[in-house]
Design a protein around this ligand. Structure first.
Ligand SMILES: Cc1cc2nc3c(=O)[nH]c(=O)nc-3n(C[C@H](O)[C@H](O)[C@H](O)COP(=O)(O)OP(=O)(O)OC[C@H]3O[C@@H](n4cnc5c(N)ncnc54)[C@H](O)[C@@H]3O)c2cc1C
Length: 309
């Protein structure tokens, strides 16, 4: 039986692995289909402390894994298909086989909601992005018109943030008013560098043939009129989808599907802890995920010490 199983090898899971491995708990770390997590999909990470010249996302995650393995973590390329959290020991079905463990750290992350329009997938990382904080400062977006899609707090925050770099920010929203909190909405509407485009959806991202974003095709949902808005970047802020379907009915989730710890990283099920973007609807950054992984690991260690003591 395992002492600790960690689901996920993003910043949260691998940080939890470093801590629990250093405590001689030999954690089993399951990578799922995205070893290294979301950060491996970005080229340069400029805001992770300790790297003044930035670091390639893939390389950073490789280093985290090496650090965890150096202390005895066992990282397996395997996916958890089913969990039985009420059982003692906790049981997980991993690629068809059952694994038993005393504690579980869930660090399954969250994906971005996509628009699902032509050109979006093809131009991802070539001007289409899902994180202004991560990518907004890249040279390709500086002094260029940029488009943000969405109408909630995230979209407003992203649009406001991008005004530091863009020549103009267009906020495309399917309704005629923002869903965001009053203060965020006012900040956006009073910003001369942000132009709202109401009652409108993006129907295509241009230009796949050129291999970069040159504009977006828009459709007014009231008049059905189509137009093209030239831009160098499309920032999709249409929300996130936490990877938590496995835990439905066994752990508390909020309306959007984020795991809800009861105190710190602990859940209502003894021995089950959560970390990273799967339980963080607010910050969703590498360093916050890593911090939550550390917290979950320390709590798992204390829980195990309590079992033995
Ligand atoms: C393009 C892009 C650029 C970014 N740039 C930055 C940046 O510059 N700075 C920054 O701070 N943040 C950045 N972020 C955000 C950052 O990547 C996330 O906040 C961070 O990766 C969250 O870490 P996590 O460990 O919670 O989850 P994730 O990194 O999403 O990892 C989740 C892990 O869980 C695994 N998993 C899921 N389900 C299962 C399962 N059933 N069984 C086994 N494993 C499973 C996945 O395979 C993966 O390994 C960026 C995000 C994107 C998309």
């Amino acid at each position: 039986m395992e002492n600790v199983v960690i689901i996920g090898t993003g910043c949260a899971g691998l940080t939890a692995a470093i801590y629990t491995a250093r405590s001689n708990l030999t954690p089993l770390v399951l990578s799922g289909t995205m070893p290294g997590g979301l950060l491996t999909t970005t080229s340069i990470v400029e805001n992770f402390p300790g790297f003044p010249d930035g670091i390639d996302g893939f390389e950073l995650m490789q280093r985290l894994q090496q650090q965890a393995e150096k202390f005895g973590a066992v990282v397996r390329f395997a996916t958890v298909e089913k969990v039985e959290l009420q059982q003692r020991p906790i049981r997980l079905q991993v690629d068809g086989e059952w694994v038993e463990t005393r504690t579980l750290i869930i660090a399954t992350g969250a994906g971005h909601r996509h628009l699902g329009v032509p050109g979006e997938h093809e131009l991802e990382k070539k001007g289409v992005t899902y994180c202004a904080t991560c990518d907004g400062a890249l040279p390709v977006f500086r002094n260029q018109p940029l488009v943000v899609v969405g109408g909630g707090d995230s979209a407003c925050e992203e649009a406001t943030f991008l005004t530091r770099f863009a020549s103009q920010v267009y906020l495309v929203h399917r309704r005629d008013s923002l869903r965001a909190s009053k203060i965020m909405a006012e900040r956006v509407l009073n910003n001369p560098k942000i132009t709202p485009v109401w009652n409108t959806v993006v129907s295509e991202v241009l230009d796949v043939a050129l291999g970069k974003v040159t504009g977006v095709r828009l459709r007014n949902v009231v008049t059905q009129e189509e137009s093209v808005l030239p831009c160098a970047g499309l920032f999709v802020a249409a929300g996130h989808v936490p990877n938590t379907q496995l835990f439905t009915g066994q752990l508390a989730l909020d309306a959007a599907g984020y795991l809800l710890p009861t105190h710190g990283a602990a859940t209502e099920v003894p021995g089950v802890f959560v970390a990273g973007d799967c339980s963080d609807a607010i910050y969703r950054q590498a360093i916050t995920a890593a911090g939550m992984g550390c917290a979950a690991a320390i709590e798992a260690e204390r829980y195990l010490a309590g079992l033995c003591g």
